[in-house]
Design a protein around this ligand. Structure first.
Ligand code: AMP
Ligand code: MG
Length: 316
């Protein structure tokens, strides 16, 4: 239970945009891996640091709404400035809440400035190309936020856990060696650095859910007819590889989290809290850019005033 919940809530309502951004940055920092060299998954929890009870619902709701407002304000400038773009990658175990996080966090922002892409099992056409190819086609344009629901990171997750998938990738035999994962990490790091140098900032979000919580969510999906569609029998098969996946995630984050393109390990056993974490991570990434509305020249301002005058004098 959150102590002084009411106090925090009224405090939250008093914050202006700058204070909200500062708060989001402080919050996101806790989950930002930065340089991944020493990364250990066991140092990150799947549950929030504070215990949230049902009575904290209004607080959590308010915090998310405030976060979304701040995010929308930053997105408006990103779009107007039309220089930077942001790519937000979501990776997680099944039922960790990727879809819900995308839906809630992006709900308040201008759809025109946001593109969401989900990556499923690669098509035959995808497999006729290098592994980054299908993702490159969906990179966000300048001024936009791109969301990847799964991504090229599957290439060092599901493909690593099931080596048969690798064998079916149509790679020349000679190129499939023990070094392939290290090589893919290196290629991904270089790719993200290349994007950064061209104005596309990449952040990566791992929704960190526990095995116990996944079990509960699978049961909920089976019990609730409206959720049945979300459950696939393949999900149970993948659950059987839980430890292999955790190891693959750890190695991936260790090798691909960098200062410019960090991984955020967001505790995901509490969905509402996870969504606040996601909003905070996106806000801090946008805040690191030098965002500003385009400057309007004095000539242009004068011209606009002339036009306004003419409009006001217009006869009906
Ligand atoms: P979902 O996101 O639950 O609809 O499932 C998409 C499925 O596609 C997951 O089981 C992923 O592991 C799988 N998938 C995504 N990318 C790849 C990839 N590059 N290679 C193999 N399987 C993939
Ligand atoms: Mg699924």
């Amino acid at each position: 239970m959150l102590k002084n919940g009411e106090e925090v809530l009224s405090d939250l309502k008093r914050l202006n945009k700058e204070q909200l951004i500062a708060r989001a940055k402080k919050f996101a920092k806790k989950y930002n891996v930065g340089n991944g060299e020493k990364f250990k998954l066991k140092n990150f929890s799947t549950t929030p640091k504070m215990v949230l009870g049902p009575e904290d619902k209004p607080l959590v709701k308010e915090a998310l709404e405030q976060g979304i407002d701040a995010l929308a304000a930053l997105q408006d400038i990103l779009y107007a400035q039309d220089r930077w773009s942001l790519l937000v990658i979501f990776q997680a175990m099944d039922a960790a809440g990727k879809d819900g996080a995308v839906k809630h966090v992006m709900s308040g922002i201008n759809p025109q400035g946001c593109q969401v892409t989900s990556f499923k099992v690669p098509s035959a056409e995808d497999l006729d190309h290098d592994f980054l190819w299908r993702c490159q086609k969906h990179l966000p344009e300048r001024g936009r936020i791109g969301i990847f629901n799964r991504s090229y990171y599957e290439e060092v997750l599901v493909v690593r856990v099931h080596e048969a998938i690798l064998q079916n990738q149509k790679l020349p035999k000679k190129l499939i060696t023990k070094k392939i994962w290290k090589e893919r990490f290196e290629d991904i790091r270089n790719f993200e650095q290349y994007l950064q140098r061209n104005g596309t900032v990449v952040i990566k979000i791992f929704l960190h859910v526990s095995k116990e919580e996944q079990k509960q969510r699978f049961i909920d999906r089976i019990d609730d007819p409206e959720k049945n569609w979300k459950f696939s029998t393949g999900d149970i098969k993948e659950r059987g590889y839980w430890n292999e996946y955790q190891e693959a995630y750890e190695d991936m984050i260790k090798n691909t989290s960098t200062k410019n393109s960090p991984w955020y390990i967001i505790p995901a056993d509490n969905k509402a809290y996870a969504r606040i974490g996601v909003a905070a991570a996106i806000i801090s990434a946008l805040d690191r850019m030098d965002l500003a509305y385009p400057e309007v020249s004095p000539e242009k301002v004068a011209e606009l005033q002339e036009i306004k005058k003419a409009l006001l004098e217009e006869k009906a």
